[in-house]
Design a protein around this ligand. Structure first.
Ligand code: NDP
Length: 473
């Protein structure tokens, strides 16, 4: 039996070698641009900025009702110009705040080497290596996001309690003027990344040109664009200014509630705490983040550049914004339910990611749920023809479904929305969006893994047949 299996495995390996030769250089790059992808990209390029504007404007002018602006327009009660004329414009003050903010984050990123790993047990910071790129490059990163987050928040609290240089609700008070600044940066950085990809790429072999301008602009040309040795576009724009800002934005919304109503509701506290845990987790695990799809597989274009500057800070914080306009005080059972769902979702999200990280770091020599993990051996070939070996785990949460980390993430996302009660659809945008994002990501990742691992991936999907929910999907 064992000999038979060995023979079968050897045959499969030979097939894999042929398959990977055929698909050599395909994974992580040179996707074909089909009509559906092109149509989705054009849709997003045209409508994503409008969607963000619509959400923020409907809170500003319509108490977060998503239907009232449309009804006003359709019934002729208001014209587009009426809505636009009531929209706050870009101000020098907002531009100054935004420039100061981004400059401060750049300084924290490039000029203060990580010191947190020297005194925080278990924290991995300082210089770390990323994954092998399709061209076979291994980039080094200065991991100091936790430190940047701590310094920024200490200064924020110091200002709120002692210095009073600015009022804590400042972000809420300049929210729409800041939106224009974020858009300017988002478009500037994406356009710069495109030009850089053509004329002075950091690593020419890791560039992707599909020949379609819109696709290249959206999905990016360069894999890991950098300025100098350390300023990595993906790591910087993904984590800061967007994710460092996330918790500050929520704090500013809580401060606005306090200013307007003389109290902070339990729903606002829940949103701040649950999203705060998620953000802190991100920075605590920033080194792990180097191995996620954003850094390992996505090229840097408008999707990441504009997305990190505008989409993330404006739409991931909708719950807090909503609660400023609709302060919701939850009954104890509802609040406890939200807390349990949020913490359980976070636990599943973290543990699933942790299991894969541990498994990969130790090359399978670890214990998952008290046992040695089971896995499928696989191989792939980089663009220079070098063959690499890897393993796909089929134990722990990874034996339940192929993306159980996304399931945990979705549970946590649902908890943020449920904290806002059931009066309006706007705070539920996040769970709708995350479901679409993570389902699409599943499909995108599996397409990539399938071209990377060929037959080995088929063996893996046969062993773990479900994507998100065991027995269902
Ligand atoms: P994963 O962490 O699931 O990484 C997928 C990669 O892991 C695959 O491409 C493959 O890479 C490897 N892999 C897949 N299956 C296995 C296995 N069984 N054993 C070992 N390795 C495997 O995906 P993401 O990077 O997308 O997500 C990371 C986390 O970030 C998730 O928890 C997600 O929920 C979260 N996230 C949050 C977002 C947000 O906006 N809030 C957005 C995106 C993600 P390889 O090529 O190395 O084999």
């Amino acid at each position: 039996m064992a000999a038979h299996q060995e023979k079968k495995l050897a045959e499969e390996r030979r097939t894999v070698q042929n398959d990977t030769k055929a698909s050599q250089g395909q994974w992580g790059r040179a996707w074909e641009v089909d009509w559906f992808s092109l149509a989705s990209i054009l849709f997003l390029l045209m409508f994503a900025p409008l969607i963000v504007y619509y959400f923020i404007m409907s809170c500003d002018q319509y108490q977060c009702s998503l239907t009232d602006p449309l009804l006003d327009l359709l019934t002729g009660n208001k014209h587009l110009s009426d809505i636009w004329n009531r929209t706050p414009m870009l101000t020098y003050r907002a531009a100054a705040i935004y420039c100061l903010w981004v400059t401060f984050q750049v300084v924290l990123y490039v000029s203060i080497p990580d010191f947190c790993h020297k005194f925080l047990p278990g924290y991995v910071g300082g210089v770390q290596e990323g994954a092998v790129t399709p061209a076979g490059v291994v980039n080094k990163y200065e991991i100091n996001g936790l430190q940047a987050w701590i310094i920024t928040h200490v200064l924020w609290f110091a200002n709120a309690s002692c210095f009073h240089f600015f009022s804590p609700p400042i972000i809420f008070d300049t929210w729409i003027p800041l939106l224009w600044c974020a858009n300017i940066l988002g478009y500037a950085v994406s356009t710069f990344a495109m030009i850089k990809g053509y004329f002075f790429p950091t690593n020419a072999k890791d560039c992707k040109f599909t020949g379609n301008f819109f696709y290249d602009y959206m999905m990016g040309i360069e894999f890991n664009p950098r300025i100098g040795k350390w300023f990595d576009f993906k790591l910087f724009f993904n984590g800061r200014p967007g994710i460092v800002a996330w918790t500050l934005i929520n704090l500013s919304f809580a401060a606005k509630q306090q200013e307007l109503y003389g109290e902070v509701t339990n729903s606002m506290i829940l949103v701040n705490v649950l999203q705060g845990i998620y953000v802190l987790d991100f920075f605590w695990n920033e080194a792990w983040y180097l191995k996620t799809i954003d850094i390992c597989h996505d090229h840097f274009g408008w999707y990441l550049g504009w997305g990190d500057c505008v989409w993330l800070p404006y739409l991931y914080t909708l719950q807090g914004l909503y609660l400023v306009y609709h302060p919701v005080q939850l009954c104890t059972a509802h609040a406890a339910g939200v807390l349990v769902l949020g913490l359980l979702g976070y636990y599943i999200f973290r543990m699933t990611n942790h299991q894969k990280d541990l498994f990969r770091r130790t090359n399978g020599n670890c214990s998952i749920w008290g046992k040695k993990p089971e896995y499928i051996e696989c191989s792939y070939t980089s663009v220079d023809g070098t063959k690499y070996y890897s393993k796909l785990m089929t134990s722990g949460f990874w034996g339940w479904a192929r993306h159980f980390n996304y399931t945990g993430d979705l549970m946590g996302s649902l908890a943020y929305c449920l904290a806002c009660g059931f009066e309006h659809i706007l705070p539920y945008f996040y769970i709708i969006y995350m479901t679409i994002l993570l389902t699409h990501r599943c499909i995108r990742d599996e397409h990539r893994c399938s071209s990377k691992y060929g037959k080995d991936w088929e063996r893996y999907t046969a062993a773990v047949p479900y994507r998100l929910l065991p027995g269902i999907f």
